[in-house]
Design a protein around this ligand. Structure first.
Ligand code: ADP
Length: 465
């Protein structure tokens, strides 16, 4: 069963159901029909006999009537019995006959008279008799005619009456129901095949994409809104996301190798230059310093990249908890205010009791990155101001500086990986600080933006909802 296709399974399933329903129909139709038939036969028997009751009359003397003109006469007892023309002795397989008390047949027909001879008369009661496997119904009526007793009307009908009708219905059923079942099975099979065709296409496309690895391909099953079209759309969406993820991965690897190539070539060049010929101590010292600087840059780049990858690929590994932002901002700012760079002053203002549900390590990293940039791109004797405050339901963190600022056309680009604006001119940065900040803010469901004017300074706003 497991190896059968869905199409065959569905067909087998409704074939079984159809056969079950057909069998039930047979049983119901037969039993209802049989009951109906029996009732009809009995009713017919009673009606015929009762109708005949009025057709028999008794006369003490025949009087003036002309025997030619009247119906059937026979001498009986001290008078005559008249049986009307309307007397139905054989109609619809119902036989009616007139008997005297001593069971002598006076008029009519009885096909089983031999067997009924011993059957006692019972007024207005149906009696049963089985002869050679055939069931007969017998219905008697006692006639009470003027001054005369001891006459009986006996009606007889066999169950075979009406059987022809039943046989015809049975034949029809036997022929049409199986035909109907076969047509349904074939139709159902074809319908299931047509219905399941898209699944075949989906699996073919998925196998093709899996085989070629070309995530640009999509599953095409035409227009539609049913479950299978939804499934195909779901797959296509997944392929789209996989394509984006692979593209991002590819971009990251290419950017990273590109970024690492510069320090590596500087280091190699410095080494080659130093080894080419004997140099002065100052020259060696300078080469070593360059190598040291480039080494540090590479190390920072590698660390940043690792952090970045971890945040992007394994964000769930960062635990979330209630973080006291006020305390975090105050601690980091008072520590970083110690930095003696370009004589910049760092001031801060943090509203008390602000808490954020998030990751402490990442939030610290965010603030440190923003303050580091403010120092890096700040001006001599400049000022950095960090603020943390509530804005309605939200919390706003901002870091402003009065440094070199960012050109308008670059303000959006600085959040991209490895992007460094024209103003940077720095060999220290890696271009990952702000993209890391962006990812951290995303992780906390917030927003980050910058307002800046070249030559005047920049303000980075982070809104936590
Ligand atoms: P980097 O390591 O180069 O600082 P970031 O991602 O932190 O990389 O920043 C990207 C670029 O944005 C920087 O190279 C710099 O050009 C610009 N930038 C960032 N912060 C500031 C700031 N406070 N003032 C001016 N420019 C800034």
């Amino acid at each position: 069963m497991k190896n059968l296709s869905i199409r065959v399974k569905i067909t087998l399933w409704f074939t079984a159901i159809l056969i079950f329903i057909t069998s039930c129909t047979y049983v119901i139709v037969f039993s209802v029909n049989r009951q109906l038939l029996q009732k009809t036969i009995r009713d017919e028997l009673i009606r015929t006999v009762e109708d005949n009751v009025d057709e028999v009359e008794y006369y003490r003397n025949l009087g003036v009537a002309d025997p030619q003109e009247v119906d059937y006469y026979m001498a009986f007892g001290e008078g005559y019995l008249e049986v009307d023309d309307d007397f139905l002795d054989k109609v619809n397989e119902v036989y009616t006959s007139l008997y005297s008390e001593d069971a002598t047949l006076l008029y009519g027909e009885n096909p089983i008279s031999k067997h009924t001879a011993s059957l006692e008369f019972a007024d207005a009661k149906i009696q049963h008799l089985t002869i050679n496997g055939t069931l007969y119904y017998v219905f008697d009526r006692k006639l009470v005619l003027e001054g005369l007793e001891g006459l009986w009307l006996r009606g007889i009908v066999s169950e075979n009456q009406g059987m022809t009708q039943m046989v015809a219905i049975t034949r029809l059923l036997l022929l049409f129901l199986p035909l109907f079942v076969v047509i349904s099975i074939i139709g159902g099979y074809l319908f299931a095949r047509r219905l399941l065709k898209p699944i075949q296409r989906i699996s073919e496309s998925a196998a093709r994409i899996g085989g070629s690895g070309d995530l640009k391909e999509r599953i095409e099953i035409g227009e539609g809104k049913d479950e299978l079209h939804q499934l195909a759309a779901g797959f296509n969406e997944m392929f789209g996301r996989l394509e984006d993820a692979f593209e991002a991965e590819r971009q990251f690897t290419s950017d990273a190798s590109h970024e690492l190539r510069t320090p590596v070539s500087v280091i190699t060049a410095q080494c080659e230059m130093s080894l080419e010929e004997t140099r002065s101590v100052e020259e060696y010292e300078q080469a070593l310093r360059t190598i040291q600087r480039q080494g540090r840059k590479m190390s920072k780049l590698i660390n940043d990249m690792l952090d970045f990858t971890r945040l992007e690929m394994r964000a769930e590994s960062y635990v979330r908890e209630m973080v006291d932002m006020t305390e975090l901002v105050r601690t980091i700012c008072s520590d970083m205010a110690m930095i003696k760079e370009k004589d910049i002053t760092l001031k801060y203002e943090a509203e008390t009791g602000i808490k954020i549900y998030g990751n402490r390590q990442l939030l610290s990293r965010l603030l440190v990155n923003l303050i580091t940039n403010a120092y890096r791109y700040g001006r001599e004797d400049g000022l950095i101001f960090v603020s943390l405050k509530r804005l309605g339901e939200a919390v706003e963190l901002s870091v402003s500086d009065n440094g070199i600022g960012i050109a308008e056309g670059e303000q959006q680009k600085i959040f991209r990986r490895f992007y460094q604006a024209d103003n940077s001119h720095s060999a220290i940065g890696t271009g990952l600080g702000l993209s890391m900040a962006y990812e951290i803010v995303q992780f906390h469901g917030g927003e980050i933006r910058v307002e800046s004017e070249p030559g005047k300074g920049s303000v980075f706003f982070v809104d936590f909802k």
